[in-house]
Each structure stands twice: as C-alpha cells, then as structure tokens.
Design a binder for this molecule. Sequence first.
Ligand SMILES: Nc1ncnc2c1ncn2[C@@H]1O[C@H](COP(=O)(O)OP(=O)(O)OP(=O)(O)O)[C@@H](O)[C@H]1O
Ligand SMILES: CC(C)(CO)[C@@H](O)C(=O)NCCC(=O)O
Ligand SMILES: [K+]
Length: 262
Amino acid sequence: MLLCIDCGNTNTVFSIWDGREFLCTLRTSTHHARTADAYFTWYSTLIKHYGIDTDITDVIISSTVPRVVFNLRVFSDRFFGCRPMVVGRPECLLPIQARVDAGTAVGPDRLVNSAGAFDRHGGDLIVVDFGTATTFDVVAEDGAYVGGVIAPGVNLSLEALHMGAAALPHVDISRPDKVIGTNTVQCIQSGVFWGYVGLVTGITERIRKEYARPMRIIGTGGLAPLFAQGDMLFDTIEDDLTMHGLTVIHAYNKENGIAHEQ
Ligand SMILES: Nc1ncnc2c1ncn2[C@@H]1O[C@H](COP(=O)(O)OP(=O)(O)OP(=O)(O)O)[C@@H](O)[C@H]1O
Ligand SMILES: CC(C)(CO)[C@@H](O)C(=O)NCCC(=O)O
Ligand SMILES: [K+]
C-alpha cells in the first residue's frame, strides 16, 4: 500500500492508496517541528480509530514547506522501513514536463496537480487550487505545466483584513446571498466571496484568451465547492486531485525510475 503525503503551508494530508481506492484521508496542521514519533502517534491513533488494515510499503511526499521533509523521511524510514519518493527531488521522475523560466522552482503541489489532472482529463487545462494560496496551473496539450497564476488564498485575505484593520473582526468565508452587505461581517464576506468569484472568472477568461485554444477548468482544494455554488466557474471539481497526482507520479517512478530502490 502507498501512503501519499501532501504538505501545504497550512495543512498536511495523508491518504492511503491500496492500488484501487483511497482507504482514508487524515489531516493535520503543517508544523515543521513535528517529529517522526509525533507523526506516528497521530497517524496510528486515527488508523486504529477507523479500524483500517494497513500494510504500507511505499511513501510519496509532496511538500511546499521544505523543512518538514526531513522528519517525514525519518517517519517513513522508522515506521514503514522505506525511503520515500519526494516530488521535486531529481531522483523523483515526473510524467510531465515543466516548461518555465530557467531556475524557477515550481511548487511541487502544482506539478502534482498538473500530473493528476492530465492523467484524468488529458491536456489543455486550467487547474484552480484553493489552498493557502489560490493557484492556477496551465496544463498544455502534452501535459506539461507551462505556467500559471498565484493569488493570495481566501483565508489569507480574510486574515489580512482582520490583522490590518482594527475594527474588522475575523470572519469565516461563506456565500452571501446579496452583494450589498448591511453589517460589517456581511460586507467582508461579500468582498472576499464575490471578489474571488470575480478573480477566478477574470483570470480564467484571460488565460483562455492568451492560450488561444479551448481549455477545461478543474477546481480543487477545500473551498472549491463553495465557490462553484451557482456560478459556472469550473467544468469539474475534484477534491482528491492532488492525491491522485501523487499516485500517478508514484506509479510512473515504479515503472521508469530508480527512486524506490535507493
Ligand atoms: N465552507 C468552508 N468554510 C471555511 N473553511 C472551509 C470550508 N470548506 C473547507 N474549508 C477549509 O478548507 C481547508 C481545506 O483546504 P485545502 O486542504 O485545499 O487547503 P489548505 O489546507 O487550506 O491549504 P494548503 O494545502 O496550502 O495547506 C480546510 O482547512 C477546511 O477547513
Ligand atoms: C504557491 C504555493 C504556495 C501554493 O501552495 C506553492 O505552490 C509554492 O510555494 N510554489 C512555489 C512557487 C511557484 O510555484 O512558482
Ligand atoms: K492543497
């Protein structure tokens, strides 16, 4: 069985892939100081709670936070006796190219999303991921990641308003029925929600114009369903896209790589 680990700047997600389906998905906050033993305590408690029969033989990691990888390597080695594949390391091959400026270190999550989306849908895609940042990844006809857009994430924007303005409270995102808010909370929710609808619509329209070929738009990340409500922002929404990309990259390396033998 394969343990897929996706570390974002806010959350770290573990999913167990048995070759056919994901048996479970576990989520914790990302914290670079978490030790291998602490990961295992958390992991084994939840696995026991869900009563899942696991036999982890392989681990693959994508991390946007470089510092967490060391402890996850120790975790993988100590508790599963295996050396993890780490997306972005030279020994981890990718089934897709990254055609970007020389010296650019593309976020591994964006490469994983591109690989996962290309595997499911073929090329000419825009993948929109609502994480800590809201990212747009453009996937070419041959599956290559050819660039995109990075915008501040929804929760970061809400937090920035609260941090920067003494009279603005912390507000959770939700979809307001109206645009014109009649109290402070509604005004903030309207600004961020409808602002993001405008951002996604405007950026995808501009990408389509610049790319000059028909493209499909895939939404992913925890907030994608909220933004899809009532507005035709996406062709499909897939909450497991990053995890699927990790299984695709793992399988590709099993067939073509040497990473797993090191
Ligand atoms: N209706 C909602 N209101 C507020 N937050 C929500 C809602 N639905 C989902 N979320 C939040 O979305 C987050 C899941 O998003 P996702 O895992 O895609 O990105 P993230 O963990 O915020 O960012 P990163 O992957 O960069 O760490 C969770 O923290 C979840 O609490
Ligand atoms: C943009 C984020 C933070 C989104 O998780 C991540 O993909 C990242 O750190 N990227 C590095 C820069 C880039 O992708 O061009
Ligand atoms: K994410």
